[in-house]
Design a binder for this molecule. Structure first.
Ligand SMILES: [Zn+2]
Ligand SMILES: [Zn+2]
Length: 241
């Protein structure tokens, strides 16, 4: 059984109601954090989790609203209540190793002191961790952008930030849940989805449920009605997959 905890459903725009997009996936053998934008470490605390509870961090791309709390995360692993001993894996798209190296250059104090860190690029590949298969595919946003699929008995796909993407259609095929960015309900902005573009993906991938996230304030005044399989995400939501 996988459980999804929504740590944030927002964007680069700082808002009280919507933290930058991030998610915690809990499985029997593994806790996975998907994206680590501003205040995500604190959001984990609010849900009763510490950085030490996370086994794998997946970074969908390097924009600040998806990565700013990574140094906070690493720093807490070294200087938290107890120094971390459990191994940590960071998965990302092309350039994740260079990106981590850049963070380490400006923040030398994040270099792991007491635990093993693996920084792993994963593009168009699968990797199995404790019974969870993690598969990624490049999507259309930044050169390093990936969508991520997690398979155990059930399947959960994260679009990451993306425009319309054939790779996402293939990756999300018949997922039990697709967590999809839908930055704007109606306006189409390059590099992001609106409802119309997302619907073209959903018609082909046929996920059982679709959770809309990465929501700009235009959603506050949207007057349309969402029908199944769509559901609008809220910060703090918890969903059994
Ligand atoms: Zn974003
Ligand atoms: Zn982005």
């Amino acid at each position: 059984m996988m459980k999804l905890v929504i740590l944030g459903t927002g964007t680069a725009i700082p808002r009280i109601e919507r933290n930058s997009s991030a998610y915690l996936v809990m499985t029997k053998g593994l806790n996975i954090l998907v994206d680590a934008g501003p205040a995500v470490v604190r959001r984990l605390l609010e849900k009763g989790f510490d950085v030490d509870d996370i086994d794998v961090v997946i970074i969908t791309h390097f924009h600040v609203d998806h990565t700013a709390d990574l140094p906070t995360f690493f720093f807490a692993c070294n200087y938290g209540k107890v120094a971390r001993e459990k191994p940590l894996t960071i998965i990302g798209g092309r350039g994740i190793t260079r990106f981590y190296g850049g963070l380490r250059n400006v923040y030398p104090w994040i270099e792991p002191k007491t635990y093993d860190l693996t920084v792993k690029p994963l593009v168009n590949q699968s990797q199995v961790y404790n019974g969870i298969t993690i598969t990624t595919a490049p999507v259309k946003h930044n050169p390093e952008s990936i969508a991520v699929r997690l398979d155990e008995k059930r399947s959960l796909t994260f679009s990451g930030d993306t425009d319309f993407s054939q790779n996402l259609i293939r990756l999300a095929d018949r997922s039990d849940l697709l967590v999809a960015e839908c930055a704007f309900p109606e306006r189409k902005v390059k590099g992001h989805l609106n409802l119309e573009a997302l619907d073209k993906i959903v018609q082909k991938a046929m996920p059982k449920r679709v959770l809309l996230t990465h929501l700009y304030p235009e959603w506050d005044t949207y007057k349309g009605v969402l029908h199944a399989p769509y559901l609008l995400a809220e910060d703090g939501m918890e969903i059994d997959i």
